[in-house]
Design a protein around this ligand. Structure first.
Ligand SMILES: Cc1ncc(COP(=O)(O)O)c(C=O)c1O
Length: 428
C-alpha cells in the first residue's frame, strides 16, 4: 500500500520532492520484502570413493575461490599458456593443440569425434563398456558410418581382434577407451595404434579415468587424438576436458570439406582462442581453469611415476582386503585399473542396502554397476587425492562390518589387516 508523503494534498499536482520521497519509500518497501534470509549452502562431508568425482584437495578448492580475470585479460591468457604446458607434460606430448575443452569428459569425447569425423567417414569403435557405447552414439550423431566390435564387459581387446576389423572395414578413425570406468578394464593401446597407422587409420583414445592414475604416453604411443576429464585422477572438480591433437588429426581438421557439426566444439574456432590469435569464441570458465592449473601443478609436483606407483600400491592393498573378504574382481585378471576397482557383489547381498549404509554411517560413496553390471558389482574408486591408505582402510572396514551384519562374511578386522600387510611389505 502507498503511504502518501506527509504534506501531499489530494488533488494538487505532486511536487518533485514529494515524488522523490514516494519513490524512495516504494524502493524501501521493495527491498525489505526481498531481504528475507535465504539459507546459505551447506554440504556434508563425503569420502568420495566411487567412479568420480574424486576428492578435491584444499589447494585446488582455494584456487577456485580467487577473484576472476576476464577471459581475455593478459594474466588469464598467460595462465592458459601455462596450463597448456602443464597439460603437455601430463599427456607426455609436444602437440601444439593441447587444451582444456570447456565441458566435462563427454565434451572431450564429442570434441574429438565431431572434429575428426565428416558425414560418411567410417569410424571403428571398440566397445567393452558403457563409454565405448557412448562413443558409438556420439559418432553416429556426427554422421559417421559406425562399425563396432564388442568384447564382454570387464574384458579387453587383443590387438589381433582390432586388426581384423581394421583390415576388413578400412576405417578412417579407430576409437577406444583406455580406462573403461564402467568395468575397471585397463586397455593396452600402443600396439593398436601401430596397427591403425599401418592400415591408414587414425586412433583416438579416451583417457578420462586413466590420466594421472596410470601411464599415458601420447607421443610415445603415437596417438592422434586424446581427451580426458578433470574429475578422476586429476582430483579437480568436473567441468573441463583436457584434450590434445597430433599432426595427422590437425591435417584432417584443416582438410575438412564440411563444417564441424557442433559450433561449440569446433576446434577450427576454439584453436584461435587457445592459440596466438586469442579470438573470443566462448567465455572460458575462469574458476575451473584456475582449478585445473593448480591440480596439474600438484600432479607434476608429485611426479607422474610416483603418482602411478601410489595408485598401484593402494590398489594392491585394497585388492588384498577384497580377497580377505572372499570377494572377487569383476575385471579380467592382468587388466585391472588401480584407480577403479570393480568387485562382484557377494551372492545374496543387496547392492543398495550396503551402499546406503556406507554413505549413512561412514560418509563413503562407492559406485554401483553400470549397464549390464548394475546390481552385480561395486566400483570402488581410488583416484587422485582419494588414493590413500586411510581411504583403503576405511572402505575395507566399512564393507567388512556391513557384510558381517548381513551374514555374508564372518571375519572381523581381516580385510584391514590384509591391506596393512601390503603396506608393511612395501615399506620393506
Ligand atoms: C571413460 C569415460 N569416458 C567418458 C566419460 C564422460 O565424462 P563426464 O561424465 O565427465 O562427461 C566418463 C565419465 O565417467 C568416463 O569414465
Amino acid at each position: 500500500m502507498i503511504r502518501w508523503p506527509v504534506g501531499f494534498k489530494g488533488n494538487t499536482k505532486p511536487a518533485l520532492p514529494f515524488l522523490m520521497a514516494l519513490f524512495e519509500q516504494t524502493l524501501e518497501t521493495e527491498i525489505m520484502s526481498q531481504t528475507k534470509p535465504v539459507p546459505e549452502l551447506t554440504v556434508q562431508n563425503r569420502v568420495l570413493m566411487g567412479p568420480g568425482p574424486s576428492p578435491v584437495p584444499p589447494r585446488v578448492l582455494a584456487a577456485m575461490s580467487l577473484p576472476l580475470y576476464g577471459h581475455l585479460d593478459p594474466e588469464f591468457v598467460k595462465l592458459m599458456d601455462q596450463t597448456q604446458e602443464r597439460l603437455r607434460q601430463v599427456f607426455k606430448t609436444s602437440n601444439r593443440l593441447t587444451l582444456a575443452v570447456s565441458g566435462t569428459g563427454s565434451a572431450g569425447m564429442e570434441a574429438v569425434v565431431v572434429n575428426l569425423i565428416e558425414p560418411g567417414d567410417k569410424m571403428l569403435v571398440c566397445v567393452n563398456g558403457v563409454f565405448g557405447e557412448r562413443m558409438c552414439d556420439v559418432a553416429e550423431r556426427a554422421g559417421a558410418q559406425v562399425i563396432r566390435i564388442d568384447r564382454p564387459y570387464g574384458q579387453v581387446f587383443t590387438p589381433e581382434e582390432v586388426e581384423l576389423a581394421i583390415k576388413l572395414h578400412h576405417p578412417a578413425l579407430v576409437g577406444i577407451v583406455h580406462a573403461e570406468t564402467s568395468t575397471g578394464a585397463w586397455q593396452p593401446v600402443e600396439e593398436i595404434a601401430r596397427i591403425a597407422h599401418e592400415n591408414g587409420a587414425m586412433i583416438a583414445i579416451d583417457t578420462v579415468t586413466s590420466l594421472a592414475g596410470v601411464p599415458v604416453e601420447i607421443d610415445g604411443w603415437d596417438i592422434d587424438a586424446v581427451y580426458s576429464g578433470t574429475q578422476k585422477c586429476l582430483s579437480c572438480p568436473p567441468g573441463l576436458a583436457p584434450a590434445s591433437f597430433g599432426e595427422r588429426a590437425m591435417a584432417k581438421i584443416k582438410a575438412r570439406k564440411t563444417k564441424v557439426q557442433s559450433w561449440y566444439l569446433d576446434l577450427t574456432m576454439i584453436e584461435k582462442y587457445w592459440g596466438s590469435d586469442r579470438f573470443y569464441h566462448h567465455t572460458a570458465p575462469i574458476s575451473m581453469n584456475y582449478a585445473i592449473f593448480e591440480a596439474l601443478g600438484m600432479v607434476l609436483e608429485e611426479g607422474l611415476e610416483a603418482r602411478h606407483a601410489r595408485h598401484l600400491l593402494n590398489h594392491q592393498a585394497l585388492a588384498a582386503g577384497i580377497d580377505a573378504l572372499g570377494m572377487k574382481y569383476f575385471t579380467q585378471q592382468g587388466h585391472r585399473l588401480p584407480q577403479l576397482n570393480c568387485v562382484v557383489i557377494p551372492d545374496g547381498v543387496d547392492d543398495m542396502t550396503v551402499r546406503r549404509r556406507l554413505l549413512a554411517e561412514w560418509g563413503i560413496e562407492i559406485g554401483g554397476g553400470l549397464g549390464p553390471v548394475k546390481g552385480k558389482a561395486w566400483r570402488i574408486g581410488l583416484m587422485g587425492h582419494g588414493s590413500c591408505p586411510e581411504n583403503v582402510r576405511l572402505v575395507l572396514g566399512a564393507l567388512e562390518t556391513s557384510l558381517r551384519d548381513l551374514g555374508a562374511v564372518k571375519s572381523e578386522g581381516a580385510a584391514v589387516a590384509a591391506a596393512d600387510s601390503i603396506y608393511t611389505s612395501a615399506r620393506g
